[in-house]
Design a protein around this ligand. Sequence first.
Ligand code: FEO
Ligand code: CA
Ligand code: CA
Ligand code: CA
Length: 673
Amino acid sequence: PTPLNPVLAALGFTAVGKSLLDKVVIPTGYSFQIIYALGDPLSTATPAYKNDGTDGDFDNRAGDHHDGMEYFGLDAAGKPSVSAADRGLLAMNHEATTDEKLSSHFIHANGGTTTLPRPAAEVDKEVAIHGLSVVEVKVTDKKWATVQSSAFNRRVTPLTPVEIAGPARGNAQLITKYSQDGKTTRGTINNCGTGKTPWGTFLSGEENWSGYFTRVAADDTARGGDKSVVALKRYGRSAGGTSRHGWETGGTDDKYARWNISKTGASTNGSDDYRNELNGQGYIIEMDAYDKTKALKKRSALGRFAHESAAFGTPVVGKPLTVYMGDDSRNEYMYKFVSKAVWVAADANPADRMAMGDKYLDEGTLYVAKFNADGTGEWIELSMSNAKITGFAGYKFADLADICINTRLAGDAVGATKMDRPEWGGVNPVTGEFYQTLTNNSNRNVDPTGSSQLAPDNANPRAYADVDGKKGTGNPNGHILRTKEGATVGAFIWDVYLFGAEADADKGLINLSNLTEEQDFSSPDGLAFSPNTGICWIQTDDGAYTDVTNCMMLAAIPGRVGDGGAKTLSHPKKDGTKLDVVTQVGAVPAADKLKRFLVGPKDCEITGLCETPDGKAIFINIQHPGENTKLADLANPDLYTSQWPANASYGAGKRPRSATIVITKNDGGRIGS
Ligand code: FEO
Ligand code: CA
Ligand code: CA
Ligand code: CA
């Protein structure tokens, strides 16, 4: 594959230091602007955001917790353009909200209710700040800004009608009171990572959707422990307790009742009213950011789990397309989807973009990854032609739709490798190799106890106490693994590109990549390659190193799978013996091939990255600054753990807000050069 422009041989900026300041820190010679924060209006009829908890109409405002994000160029006439670098659309996820107990306190005047039942008006506001947004951005006199009057601006929320596509469409497990034919569902929720298709649409991964629903404690016995109970438990929806925000208590209307999936009713086709509402969430959802009239579609062929990003292998004419995906929970799996249709060059610029999703994403084969000690691996097919699936004692699969809806159980059936929380992935445009962040795993343990703890293995080889003993054990700092496809669709080789670590940590068991003070990081989460410069951008969502530095973004120019070698980690066990684990460690990164580029304000995560086609502007999201601010401190801004972006002179009020920033180089060059 040939990138658009010569890839960088070395990073040209001076690394920034670690920071605990309540501000965005970037290298000398670069500038940033804040352009789009929680509550910013998306129509001219919507008033400016007061940021005091009295604002309404979130269907026409930026949502909360900006996450994954993609850029879609527009030419001067407002038509889609793959080269437009001064005008485009940002499509992004609004994953969640800053909350304490049940309430999203920053969007309510008094912080909201933290007991049940939740008032309908509070629930309505909270639902509306979740989902997706599309906002037009453009450059005027070298300054980027959103276009408040743009006809492209839109919100998608957990109430927006959505189609189910692929094998699960019309399946009995998707029939609800709302969707009598199982072909539709309402909305999308907890959208985390993203992807951009080769035909120019937006993909979004539904991640921690399970916790928004509840079911009563008697549900397991009432159902006789049927297949649905097995499936619900595997997806973390144990019986009893309340949902994350208690939305099911907002009223008797379906839009509240749907969040309690044990509630039964009289649907015409034999299904309970809301039992299957949970099965409508957990997919990769596709949206045409350019066209509001096109229905969004959940691409069930790509499986159902805690989805993060969807990263395409470089399309090759005449070959199937490959999409890589991770399931972000402790001890979950890595997946790839291979399309049945082979790539046709003209499909990069189609008349009907969503029809390309129908063509490439609704039929194909899903695989799950298994890692071997010697640096090889297997992509195991998840289909009814795999005897391990049809013969699985833990769950009786009925058909391919059942596999697409209950994908985690299929991964269990074939013995896939349980990973340290697969977050974002990206494909290196230079080598075609796939990179996967494994953010951390508190359940990795040299002396495992209980069924949820796992001993270190070849692909997840570390387990230790956090180096300062303050912020966790297991694999608190995470790692970035990479794979290279083999000669057949089921074969790959792998190594660990980088191990997150504090620079002064032990180099034999923790700082295996020999990271320096200019490179050290913890808990890699967002990861995206620039198709322009070839830079691998690495973003962190960390708890283990935040006593020393706020979350950050690094730039990397990686090598190739196998550029390092095998290494044996000799872990000390409690009984005085050793647990030896063989892993594959990538080459130690040179000083000009891995550098810290940005540190964010307090209590934030850095996530989402896209760039203009010329590589001269990048957009990133500052998610949940000040997230540890207490509801009880709401009246006293001095007690907020962050006042960003207000302290950077952006917007009214002092309540912290998730926001998009754009970064440019003062000399007009490509970012990172
Ligand atoms: Fe929403 Fe796994 O991060
Ligand atoms: Ca994430
Ligand atoms: Ca994370
Ligand atoms: Ca620490």
